[in-house]
Design a protein around this ligand. Structure first.
Ligand code: PEP
Ligand code: MN
Length: 366
């Protein structure tokens, strides 16, 4: 198991990007900057809704050539205008060294790295070199594939190049086939990033996870329940007319309602009664974990005995039908206990695999 990462980063409270103690931290703005008017109208409405940090992509990584690939450098002066006239902090996506040079030259207050770029170490190295030592915060989206090491590796490249204002944005992972959300959240990955880098700013992008505006709020709430620091949400003055990601963008008015409807959970509390109760419950969990481990150890010992017995009788380890029979019994009893089949399958597949490994080891050693 990997221990905590050696990543040199500065806590987001010291960046001055988000208002003091703002929870959740909110970044909002259109998927793409389309025209000066669309950018200004969206930013004005968002500013009126209380948003202080504005996003808009000018270079857009699109799946198919021929789709709208962003207005490019021409969009940067529009973002400068948002900054100047509305006092918002503006940011855009960078994917190449040239993007970085132009974005920094245009005075962007922060930058983000997209999911297709963080998946590519060559691109990340190029970005790291172009960003070298910048004071501008850089937020790195998870790679499109669920690989924590690749995500952390992207951060390490930036950190080694001297970028200290680092954060991550969780935007879900690509899957093949029909799913409720456009990108499956697989929350265990950002949770692992938090375990390894506890003070790293962690935002969620519920828009790219949801893929549809009606699901954005529930994903945002789930992120806050898990302790994310904030959200990056796509908002457009006329979402249904957006040139990219139209179905997942919300209007500034919807954004305001959405943010107001969110429940922010405290990371911790000084409340004595709460502390005492939670400590008691945690002790119970620790005790149950021990019992589980004792049971698992006993199960493995018996698996070893089975291995020895099969070896003496010259029988193959894998017995067709046996695994299905185990699973069926587990599902039936699990259902009575209110445990989901998907969860049980994951747990018992891991146990079964370990037990086969143990039997194979015993056979080799006999
Ligand atoms: C975006 O934020 O508009 C974007 C392109 O996101 P992602 O890299 O998460 O697909
Ligand atoms: Mn988008």
């Amino acid at each position: 198991m990997n221990t905590k990462m050696e990543l040199d980063y500065q806590k987001a409270e010291e960046w001055g990007l988000f208002g003091q103690g703002a929870r959740p931290a909110v970044i909002a703005g259109p998927c793409s900057a389309e025209s000066e008017r669309q950018v200004m109208e969206t930013a004005q409405a968002l500013r009126a809704a209380g948003v202080e940090v504005f996003r808009a992509g000018v270079w857009k990584p699109r799946t198919h050539p021929g789709s709208f690939e962003g207005v490019g450098t021409a969009g940067l002066p529009w973002l400068q205008r948002v900054r100047r006239e509305l006092g918002m902090k503006v940011g855009t996506e960078v994917a190449t060294g040239e993007h970085v040079r132009e974005a920094l030259e245009a005075g962007m207050d922060w930058l983000w790295v997209g999911a297709r770029t963080s998946a590519n170490p060559f691109a990340m190295q190029e970005l790291a070199e172009a960003l070298g030592g910048t004071e501008v915060p850089v937020l790195v989206k998870n790679p499109v594939n669920p690989d924590v090491e690749l995500w952390l590796g992207a951060l390490e490249r930036l950190s080694r190049a001297g970028v200290r204002k680092l954060g991550v944005i969780h935007r879900g992972f690509s899957v093949y086939g029909e799913t409720k959300y456009r990108n499956v959240p697989q929350w265990q990955l950002p949770i692992e990033v938090r375990r390894r880098c506890p003070d790293l700013l962690m935002l969620c992008d519920p828009s790219h996870i949801a893929g549809r505006r009606e699901y954005v709020a529930e994903v945002a709430q789930q992120a806050l329940d898990l302790g994310f620091d904030g959200l990056m949400i796509e908002a457009h003055i006329h979402p249904e007319k957006a040139w990219s990601d139209s179905s997942q963008q919300v209007s500034p008015c919807e954004l305001k309602q959405l943010v107001e409807g969110l429940v922010v959970r405290a990371a911790d509390t000084e409340n004595g009664a709460y502390r005492a109760n939670i400590d008691e419950l945690r002790m119970q969990i620790n005790g149950i974990d021990r019992e589980l481990l004792d049971l698992l150890a006993r199960r493995m010992e018996i698996a070893g005995e089975i291995g020895r017995y099969k070896h003496q009788n010259n029988i193959a380890i894998l017995q067709p039908g046996r695994w299905e029979e185990v699973l069926e019994r587990v599902f039936a009893y699990g259902r009575e206990k209110g445990l989901g089949a998907e969860f049980l399958k994951r747990v018992f597949t891991a146990i079964h695999q370990a037990s086969i490994d143990r039997q194979a080891r015993v056979m080799r050693e006999e």
